[in-house]
Design a protein around this ligand. Structure first.
Ligand code: NAP
Length: 300
């Protein structure tokens, strides 16, 4: 019997694990893929209080080391179901079933798809959702980034150091991300900002060769010769496995307040998977702490 099972080993989940084990609880983290969550693919983190500069990978490494050295157990298993019994719960994965007294859902969110034809087919063959992972393949070549948030802006800054030319395509007149990043991009000779524009076609036989971009104001289409398209248009949650157990909002996020309590007693939600206005590294870590404290007090 575990005291606490945490579903998801991203920033929120690992932070919750640190608080859980430090409160003397027996903690199991269940992660479907790799620990670290979304931050693992960020080239640089410069807005986490107290750390001036760190790569996303290093940040995730440190967090993982801290949680596991303190005693949290981590298993790579996908959670399929949670069953409630009187006074405890069973978390079922593809490989086993684990009993616990409280659960923290820290499932994060997944990359949103652009929904352009051939996107799936060319993923891994020029289409990517992670500039940090795949940027090096574009050395000396042309690449495009789509999106207007911090991820897209940071990706474009990062790629401008590798690529001959970077096109940043955004559907609005203005970017949504930080002004500091926009100014950095405006100062780069090899970056072209394409506003009020959308990617409408992907060309290439086995590998991406070009993208067609339509300017929504003029209606004109332009073909860009690129070997990579980085899609950075935000995230969507995937909480379907828990839909019968906890209330979700219209977008699929788990309804929970600042105390991370869900509609279901003993189940807490932390980080990007829950309803909230600010989804940042700092707020994910803060949620992990709040959820673990609430879960520990529930257990007691
Ligand atoms: P985001 O802020 O939600 O931005 C997503 C962007 O993609 C928006 O500009 C949106 O356009 C655009 N978009 C959405 N759907 C689209 C579609 N179907 N076609 C074309 N464009 C589409 O996502 P994010 O940049 O991944 O950032 C997520 C959160 O993480 C944010 O809070 C961000 O500040 C944070 N973040 C922080 C850092 C950092 O601080 N170092 C780094 C990365 C991310 P609209 O503007 O029209 O909605």
């Amino acid at each position: 019997m575990y005291d606490l099972i945490i579903v998801g080993a991203g920033t929120a989940g690992l932070s919750a694990a640190i608080y859980g084990v430090r409160a003397g609880k027996c903690v199991l983290l269940l992660e479907e893929k790799v620990y670290g969550g979304q931050i693992i693919s960020a080239s640089a983190v410069e807005n986490y209080p107290g750390i001036r500069h760190i790569s996303g990978y290093e940040f995730a490494e440190e967090l993982h080391r801290q949680a596991t050295e303190l005693g949290a157990e981590l298993k790579y298993e996908k959670v399929r179901e949670i069953r409630k019994h009187s006074g405890f719960m069973t978390v079922k994965t593809g490989r086993g079933a684990y009993d616990c007294r409280a659960v923290i859902l820290a499932t994060g969110a997944k990359n949103r798809q652009l929904q352009v034809e051939r996107e799936k087919e060319l993923t891994g063959a020029g289409v990517s959702y992670c500039a940090t992972c795949d940027g090096a393949f574009c050395k000396g070549k042309n690449a495009a980034v789509v999106g207007g948030g911090n991820t897209a802006l940071e990706d474009a800054v990062f790629l401008s150091g590798y690529c001959q030319k970077v096109y940043l395509i955004h559907r609005r007149k203005e970017f949504r991300g930080e002004e500091r990043l926009i100014q950095t991009l405006r100062g780069k000779e090899n970056v072209e900002l394409m506003l009020e524009s959308q990617v409408v076609r992907l060309n290439g036989e086995r590998h991406l060769e070009s993208v067609v971009v339509r300017n929504d104001r003029t209606g004109k289409e332009r073909e860009l010769s690129v070997t990579a398209l980085f899609i950075a248009i935000g995230q969507v949650p995937d909480n379907r496995a828990f839909a019968d157990l906890v209330s979700l909002d219209a977008y699929g996020y788990i309804e929970a307040g600042e105390d991370c309590r869900t509609s279901s007693e003993g189940i807490f939600a932390a980080g990007d998977c829950r309803t909230k206005t600010v989804r940042q590294l700092a707020t994910a870590a803060a949620d992990g702490a709040a959820a673990a404290v609430a879960a520990c007090s529930y257990i007691q």
